[in-house]
Design a protein around this ligand. Structure first.
Ligand code: NAD
Length: 482
């Protein structure tokens, strides 16, 4: 397979918050990668906007350092680096004021794609969206890109959506969830809807349960204050895990079109059953000898914020009634792993001797590390001496399977190029975000109304004991976090 790079249309990308962490660490290095492979057209421009007093030369010097740190292989190519830096400009604008907006509007070219990437606090979205419109920097075809958090409950999400719609229509708004930019996540759609093999099995008749795990080995180091206001439910479950659940559970859309795909995802969220108190476990990690625990890192000895959530979720529709989805995410766990495990039911009648420790057929879709898909099958254990069964994995690690094609596109890069191409399939629609909050809010409100502390778990473990019991009591078990 030979890699095909399809150049994006010509564009002017205005990056608000260009001096910030996300822009310097992810967005600009990502654009540099796309430039290096020839996907960013030579005439395309990136206009950094921030409050810092500096000119384009100063901004390019800062960017050069970031590229050396976050895109080191290609930054070594001096000629390439200089060509990329030449496409980058800088404009100082305090978005709360009136200065600079006219310059920005004048600076943009007609007849090329205009994208406004808001890598700034969500509290600035409204003011930026309305000023882009009132200063006529945006057109009816311009795009606006925003990062999570998309609110912290349904009410604030609605307000944020209303802010963005001051000057932009839904078809112009791109809400980034970088999980959706991952190759494996998109492959889940290809696997389900481009093969006749799986879809007949993809339902409660054949699937016993689904486990979705996003485990992190790091704690909240350095982000404690921010995280403490959020917690695992808001930071991970309402968005990333919910997206993975939707893609696993949704009905086949009638076509591969942004609204057809997103309509199906919304239907899944709307079919989620309320989660009862016995079906959810919150945890908080503790350190050893009072060192490195959540309380210490969050800076609040009384914090009741959860750094771990595990839950059983039912989907009330014909496809999934009776097949639970178990979600689990947490910090300071034994390892770093993100995966979806689809566990199939046993054959209705077993003709072979009982196999010890049989786990059964499963499809494991790994997002990290080593993106890939594994199919667990039962076979005859090779060799003479009776007929014994064994389990083996059919492994499709993408780095191996698609070696020649390997273009290790970071999720961000892919999503930014989708913005330029005008493809919203992998971005969350406003109603999707609101539906996810409408489901998450009652759970969070119940926690906030109770005085209960989250269950402590040891840093470096698999999470609280009760989370293991969530499956054990139903004769199931979590996959090991490696
Ligand atoms: P940051 O604080 O490092 O950078 C903020 C940027 O906004 C700076 O460039 C600053 O100059 C600019 N800015 C602030 N006020 C301004 C004003 N009045 N006018 C013009 N520019 C102004 O923040 P960050 O970590 O880069 O995060 C940016 C956004 O992305 C936040 O909403 C954050 O929640 C979100 N996000 C960040 C990460 C991450 O890894 N950093 C991950 C996911 C989402």
């Amino acid at each position: 397979m030979v890699s095909r790079v399809i150049p994006a249309p010509d564009f002017d990308l205005v990056l608000f918050g260009a001096t910030g962490d996300l822009a310097q660490r992810k967005i600009l290095p990502g654009l540099f990668h796309r430039f290096a492979v020839g996907q960013m057209p030579p005439a395309a421009r990136i206009i950094g906007v921030a409050r810092s007093k500096m000119d384009a030369t100063g901004f390019r010097a800062q960017l050069e350092k970031s590229l050396a740190a976050f895109a080191p292989q290609i930054a070594e190519d001096r000629a390439l680096l200089e060509r990329f830096l030449a496409s980058v400009d800088y404009l100082r604008v305090d978005v709360m004021g009136e200065d600079g907006w006219k310059d920005l509007a004048r600076n943009l070219r007609p007849n090329v794609v205009r994208a406004f990437y808001l890598s700034v606090s969500p509290s600035l979205f409204g003011v930026i969206a309305s000023k882009l419109s009132s200063f006529e920097a945006s057109t009816a075809e311009s795009r606006i890109v925003v990062e999570k958090p998309f609110g912290h409950d349904l009410q604030s999400a609605r307000a944020l959506n209303a802010d963005l719609r001051q000057g932009f229509k839904e078809r112009q708004i791109y809400r980034i969830d970088h999980y959706l930019g991952k190759e494996t996540v998109q492959n889940l759609m290809a696997l389900r809807f481009a093969n006749a093999l799986w879809e007949p099995l993809w339902n409660a008749t054949h699937i016993d349960h689904v486990q979705i795990t996003v485990a992190e080995s790091l704690g909240v180091e350095g982000r404690g204050e921010y995280y403490d206001k959020s917690g695992a439910m808001r930071d991970m479950v309402q968005n990333h895990l919910m997206q993975l659940l939707c893609l696993t559970a949704m009905e086949p859309p009638s076509k591969f079109d942004p609204n057809a795909v997103r309509d199906e995802k919304v239907k899944v969220i709307e079919a989620l059953e309320p989660v009862g108190p016995g079906d959810i476990v919150r945890g908080q990690y503790r350190g050893q000898n009072r060192q490195g625990g959540y309380h210490e890192q969050a800076g609040d000895p009384n914090s009741r914020t959860e750094s771990f959530v595990a839950m059983k979720v039912g989907i009330g529709n014909w496809r999934w009634a009776g097949t639970p989805f178990y979600l689990r995410t947490g910090k300071k766990l034994r390892g770093r792993a993100s995966e979806i495990a689809v566990v199939f039911r046993d054959p209705p009648h077993m003709i072979f001797p009982k196999m010890e420790h049989r786990r059964g057929n499963a499809m494991i879709i790994r997002l990290q590390p080593d993106e890939g898909i594994t199919l667990r099958n039962t076979i005859k254990e090779p060799g003479p001496g009776g007929f014994r069964l064994a389990e083996v994995n059919l492994d499709m690690t993408f780095a191996d399977a698609l070696k020649e094609k390997a273009d290790p596109q970071d999720a961000y890069e892919r999503l930014i190029m989708d913005v330029i191409r005008g493809d919203q399939t992998l971005f969350m629609r406003g109603d999707e975000v609101e539906a996810a909050w409408a489901w998450a809010d009652p759970i969070i409100e119940a926690w906030e109304a109770s005085n209960q502390m989250p269950e402590p778990y040891d840093a470096g473990s698999s999470g609280p004991e009760d989370a293991l019991m969530l499956l054990h009591k139903e004769g199931r078990r979590w996959r090991e976090i490696a």
